[in-house]
Ligand binder design. Structure first.
Ligand SMILES: [Zn+2]
Length: 367
């Protein structure tokens, strides 16, 4: 897989590749009327995409020079040059070609495929509660009515096969698609399993016969099987964060926590959940001062850096419900911990105060 230079992100590179693919499409339409026809591409398509120009079929040298000059003036030229170099390198690395240059005859689909690979995320997918969750690679931009098109390893395809067959048993096969892995046990000369996937749509079997109601799914060049893409209602599986929200499997939670780094200590969980509750209304909040009276914590002040945020019940930054919710998270955490632990917990600090012996500053995690 192509790596990017520090200043060109995968997302940017993928977006520029989509422009190149659209140029190929426009050229193919103009020449033959078929958007998928093979057309000649050279490095000028990279210049066109890197300059942020529209995907017109013809390279307009005059317009390109104007765009390049504008980039020089607004300071974006070094970045656009880096994008151009990265685009050319990516096409040279990823396209199939004869001879010593990628410049030549290509189809838009080849370019789209490279863009799609760059955007791909490793995630888990499911269909409601019936199928999955299963590990898969997904291009988040390739959506069908909002559903995703996952690509599975052979192992994941085997799990999916077992799930569909069990589903068919439960519904007596009626209206169910089943998946079957046909694996001869040997490997091909690249070391990949000699196996394919068969999908059977039993709904059509009676009227249309086996040939019409079965689909052979071969592995792609990464050894992945695309099962149910653009047909089945695949969605991302979710994970639940300690802060109470859920996110798509591969996404970081809004509160800043990731799935792999979920706190387990009650006081640490409370620090995140209280911070998330307050930051919903005051994203700049960095710490809070709490006073614990007879075991019940109460937020007395919220800070953004050194600045006090207005916590007045009426007209302040926060509403009563938000402050009450944050108080409740802290109360629950303190209840589940030894009192002596408070100042020792990460982000909790005892603050000397003449009116109360139980004032603490909670510093929120940095995002
Ligand atoms: Zn969270």
């Amino acid at each position: 897989m192509t790596s990017t230079t520090p200043d060109v992100t995968q997302t940017e590179l993928a977006a520029a590749l989509v422009i190149v693919a659209r140029i190929a499409q426009a050229r193919a339409m103009q020449a033959t009327g078929d958007p998928n026809a093979t057309v000649h591409l050279d490095r000028r398509v990279c210049l066109q995409a890197a300059a942020g120009m529209p995907p017109a079929a013809r390279f307009d040298r005059h317009a390109w020079m104007k765009a390049w000059q504008a980039a020089r003036e607004d300071g974006s030229l070094p970045h656009r040059k880096a994008l151009y170099r990265q685009l050319s390198r990516t096409l040279a690395d990823e396209l199939d070609f004869d001879g010593d240059s990628w410049e030549g005859e290509h189809r838009q689909a080849e370019i789209y495929r490279i863009a799609s690979r760059l955007r791909t995320v490793d995630t888990k997918v499911c269909i409601d509660d019936t199928l999955g969750p299963l590990d898969a690679k997904v291009d988040p931009h390739n959506l069908w009515n909002g559903f995703v098109s996952p690509r599975f390893t052979l192992d994941a395809a085997l799990q999916l096969a077992a799930q569909t067959q069990q589903l068919a048993e439960e519904f007596n096969g009626d209206g169910v698609d089943t998946v079957h892995v046909i694996d001869c046990g040997a490997k091909d000369h690249d070391g990949k399993p000699l196996a394919f996937v068969l999908r059977v749509s039993w709904t059509y079997m009676e009227d249309e016969g086996a040939e019409q109601s079965t689909l052979i799914i071969e592995p792609d060049d990464e050894g992945r099987y695309s099962i149910g893409g653009w047909e089945w209602c695949w969605s991302y599986a979710h994970w639940n964060c300690v802060c109470g929200r859920y996110s798509d499997w591969h996404e970081r939670c809004w509160c800043g926590l990731t799935r792999d780094h979920q706190p387990t200590a009650p006081l640490e969980i409370a620090r995140w959940t209280a911070a998330a509750a307050l930051r919903r209304l005051a994203p700049s909040a960095t710490s809070a001062l709490i006073d614990i009276h007879e075991g019940r914590p109460h937020i007395v002040q919220v800070y953004a850096g050194d600045t006090e945020l207005d916590t007045a019940d009426d007209g302040g930054v926060f509403d009563t419900e938000t402050l009450g919710a944050a108080d409740a998270y802290l109360h629950h955490a303190i209840d589940s911990s030894e009192p002596a632990d408070l100042a020792a917990a990460p982000g909790w600090e005892h603050i000397p105060d003449e009116r109360s012996a139980n004032v603490y500053r909670i510093t929120f995690p940095t995002l």
